[in-house]
Design a protein around this ligand. Structure first.
Ligand code: FAD
Length: 397
């Protein structure tokens, strides 16, 4: 009963995708989650790009969609420039994670995975220097579950990978803190709003993600080294902008941490253990989005874990296939984004305004997509008029 091929600690987007992929590959799978209701409480802006659904071979359940999004509005610190971007990358959804996460688990269950909710994993089982399962409290009772490979998909505050001997430490510098209010009486259209300002949101941004015609997630993310805290910045921003949120009322408060440094690859793999999703820092370093990156990593981890469990080759050397695939499909893009994050975080609001006013909409889209080559000409003409920016922007070279 308690023997599996693959065990997954955490059944968020990453864990559920890992469970689905491993079960589809023919493995006997168990995913454990400490929550009674998957997805709740929500600690997320809930924004998802439509293109991801195709890339991951998924269909969005209409019941999981709070609002369909047809683009984004990027606002300069002085609010004088609003760049509207409507293309295939900015089309997407604001989902209801309570429905979305559970739906992913339902799909994993349909593929044959066992899902155990209200089941907190508190330790790993080690045999002969390898991970051989987990210890969990299921409905208040201690249980041991055995498997030759465990996937740690337990999110940003991951403990399971660390207990298994992987170094998952994220420095304060490479961690963002996010706080968000769900608010009513917010005028919403089919666009997400992103407000840039290193004064209002140091090393981050303020967002308004519509969840309906008058309900939105309004949040801020800031770099871990910035005091006092994200809530302070969000309250200050809302107070300073009565023209946008003067009538808004808060109906929920959410928050959490987001690792925004380099993703773990080789370091995410040990003897009988793989860390994936936000537990392995697989998050976009600029906007902190991690739902679909977690699903992607979960799918890869599930496939690799199942293949090696069935072949009885769950040593680190074989499981490193996960890191090799990740390095091909995602790591270079995230490292390029990290480079851009490290430039953006150094810009003053004057610099941001200059960039917003100098570049056209397409250039700004290219810059934020890390298509640096496409904006070199325009940036050069800006740098001639603003030589102080040269040192900062040279970080992109
Ligand atoms: C304020 C905020 C706003 C965000 N907004 C967005 C956004 O708009 N779009 C986006 O793409 N990303 C956003 N993110 C990031 C996104 O929420 C995460 O990257 C995403 O949820 C990662 O998925 P995951 O499956 O790796 O981890 P999680 O979603 O955190 O899931 C981990 C699961 O593991 C379970 N778990 C943890 N420990 C244990 C244990 N010991 N035993 C059993 N179960 C355990 C948890 O209960 C949870 O269900 C935001 C994050 C924050 C904090």
């Amino acid at each position: 009963m308690d023997k599996y091929d693959v065990i997954i600690a955490g059944c968020g987007p990453c864990g559920a995708m890992a469970a689905r992929a491993a079960a589809k590959a023919g493995a006997k799978v168990l995913a454990l989650d400490r929550r009674k209701e998957l997805g709740a409480p929500v600690r997320c802006g809930e924004g998802i790009g439509l293109h991801w659904m195709d890339e991951l071979g998924l269909k969005m359940n209409p019941k999981a969609v709070s609002a369909e999004i047809n683009g984004s509005v990027l606002v300069s610190p002085d609010w004088k420039r609003r760049v509207v971007i409507r293309n295939k990358e900015t089309k997407g959804f604001v989902v209801d994670r309570k429905v979305f996460d559970k739906d992913l688990a339902i799909e994993a269950g349909r593929c044959g995975a066992d899902i155990s909710v209200h089941s907190e994993v508190y330790d790993v089982i080690k045999e002969g220097g390898k991970i051989a399962g987990v210890k969990a409290i299921v409905d208040g009772k201690k249980h041991e579950f055995h498997a030759p490979v465990v996937i740690a998909a337990d999110g940003g505050e991951s403990t399971i990978a660390r207990l298994a001997g992987l170094n998952t430490t994220a420095t304060l510098y490479d961690t963002d803190f996010g706080v968000e209010y769900e608010m009513v009486n917010v005028d919403c259209v089919d666009l997400i709003e992103v407000y840039f300002s290193n004064a209002d949101a140091p090393r981050g941004y303020v967002w308004i993600f519509p969840k309906g015609k008058d309900v939105a997630n309004v949040g801020v993310g800031i770099g871990g080294l910035h005091a006092p805290n994200a809530k302070y910045y969000l309250d200050k921003w809302i107070k300073a902008h009565p023209e946008r949120l003067g009538k808004a009322k808060t109906v929920a408060i959410k928050g959490g941490i987001i690792p925004v440094g380099a993703p773990m690859t080789d370091e995410a793999v040990g003897e009988g253990i793989i860390a994936a999703g936000t537990a392995a820092h697989q998050v976009d370093p600029i906007h902190g989005g991690g739902i679909c990156l977690a699903m992607e990593a979960g799918k890869i981890a599930g496939e690799v874990a199942a293949k090696n469990a069935l072949a009885k080759t769950c040593d680190r050397a074989h499981l490193l296939e996960y890191a090799e695939i990740y390095k091909k499909v995602r790591e270079p893009k995230l490292l390029k984004r990290l480079k851009l994050r490290k430039v953006l975080e150094k810009l003053s609001d004057d610099d941001f305004n200059a960039i917003f006013h100098h570049l056209d909409d397409k250039d700004i889209d290219n810059l934020l997509k890390s298509n640096f080559a496409a904006v070199v000409g325009k940036m050069t003409s800006l740098l001639i008029t603003k030589p102080g920016l040269i040192k900062t922007m040279s970080g992109l070279l």
